[in-house]
Design a protein around this ligand. Structure first.
Ligand code: ADP
Ligand code: MG
Length: 351
């Protein structure tokens, strides 16, 4: 929060990372003030958000499983596109209000929102309208890889190439940037969710063991890897036997999970190499010096940096705190609106 020098009034401008898995809000001088799952709980088969529109984020996730059957969880950004405008609006609006509160001493905030680069102009407009209806005085949209680049401290305004690979839950965004613009980018619908699903399928096929998504994510985080580990790991996992229908426990190894993760990882590698193939030769040459930077939760998978380095021949650097990289980037973007004005005024960072 800070005193607006022109308006002489308190303002709480915010940067929002509207991710496929998690939404984060960053406020100037305060850092990350909100970090919640991008989930909305609705009455099954309807668009009615429970608790008068307040069953969003952590609350929504907590409700799940407690009243199974009548409630369904929706992740409106899951595939990097907006599957349902109303539900996305309910989510965005809830998060903005939660941060801004109903403090009458505050003027309406300016809001910078990072969205997946694959969303259409119509979806982008819908995000802007939703944020305005939720009380924003001015809304700026920035593409996620751009925000990730800023958050990772890359020199993206300079005449040299910066490359970001942002591995999120539903999508992986690959972009090569220079002079504050995206030169080449690709967004694929492969991310951490697909790794979870690959683990579920492996256990079902190999052991007739059924596990849910939260448990599969836990396996991925505890045991998952993209490249061989110095010391391979094992883990006990409980689930339901698909034949007897009864609960059962088995022991799994990091080797078999790595094998199960091969396909989604190959998809991510493919997106990276094909983006490099499309890059301007001058920028591609810069990358030999500058390397490739990783952001997003999926970049935390053990050995992800190694397999990407092998596939590209480039130096691979994981951003500090990859899960908050985009949100911190939006906040820096907000602080430098003047600097970014040209990009924003002409296209909102859009092509
Ligand atoms: P999004 O930007 O799409 O919301 P995030 O950048 O928040 O996604 O990343 C979420 C994904 O990162 C999830 O699939 C989650 O399981 C995964 N993730 C988080 N921590 C780890 C970890 N330590 N190892 C592997 N994957 C992780
Ligand atoms: Mg993200």
């Amino acid at each position: 929060m800070f005193l607006d020098p022109i308006l002489g009034w308190f303002s709480m401008d915010m940067g929002i990372d509207l991710g496929t898995c998690n939404t984060l809000v960053c406020v100037r001088n305060e850092g990350i003030v909100l970090n919640e799952p991008s989930v909305v709980a609705v009455r099954k088969g309807t668009n009615i958000v429970l608790n008068n529109g307040e069953a969003v984020g952590l609350v929504a996730r907590e409700m799940l499983g407690k009243t199974p059957g009548s409630i369904s969880a929706i992740r409106p950004m899951k595939d990097g596109v907006i599957s349902d405008f109303e539900i996305t609006e309910a989510m965005l609006s809830y998060f903005i209000r939660k941060v801004h509160g109903r403090n009458s001493r505050l003027i309406k905030p300016r809001v910078v929102i990072a969205v997946p680069s694959g969303i259409t102009a119509v979806e982008r407009r819908a995000v802007i309208d939703s944020a305005e209806r939720a009380g924003a005085r001015k809304v700026y949209i920035v593409k996620e890889p751009m925000a990730a680049g800023i958050g990772a401290g890359l020199p993206i305004t300079e005449p040299t190439a910066s490359m970001i690979v942002d591995i999120g839950g539903g999508t992986t965004e690959v972009a090569i940037m220079s002079l504050a613009d995206i030169s080449t980018c690709e967004s694929v619908r492969i991310g951490g969710d697909d790794m979870d699903e690959a683990i579920i399928n492996h256990l079902k096929r190999t052991y007739n063991l059924l596990i849910g998504e939260p448990r599969a994510e836990q396996v991925k985080i505890q045991l998952g890897s993209a490249a061989p580990l110095e010391e391979e790991l094992t883990m006990e996992i409980a689930g339901r036997d698909t034949i007897s229908g009864l609960p059962r426990k088995i022991v799994i190894t990091s080797e078999e999970i790595r094998e199960a993760l091969k396909e989604p990882i190959a998809g991510i590698i493919e997106a990276v190499t094909s983006t490099l193939e499309k890059a301007e030769p001058e920028l591609a040459a810069d990358l030999i010096e500058n390397g490739l930077h990783l952001a997003g939760g999926g970049s935390l998978l053990r050995g992800m940096d190694k397999v990407l380095a092998n596939a590209t021949g480039l130096k691979v650097i994981r951003a500090d705190e990859p899960l908050t990289c985009v949100a911190r980037g939006t906040s820096v973007y907000l602080e430098n609106l003047e600097l970014w004005k040209d990009t924003i005024d002409h296209s909102g960072g859009w092509e």
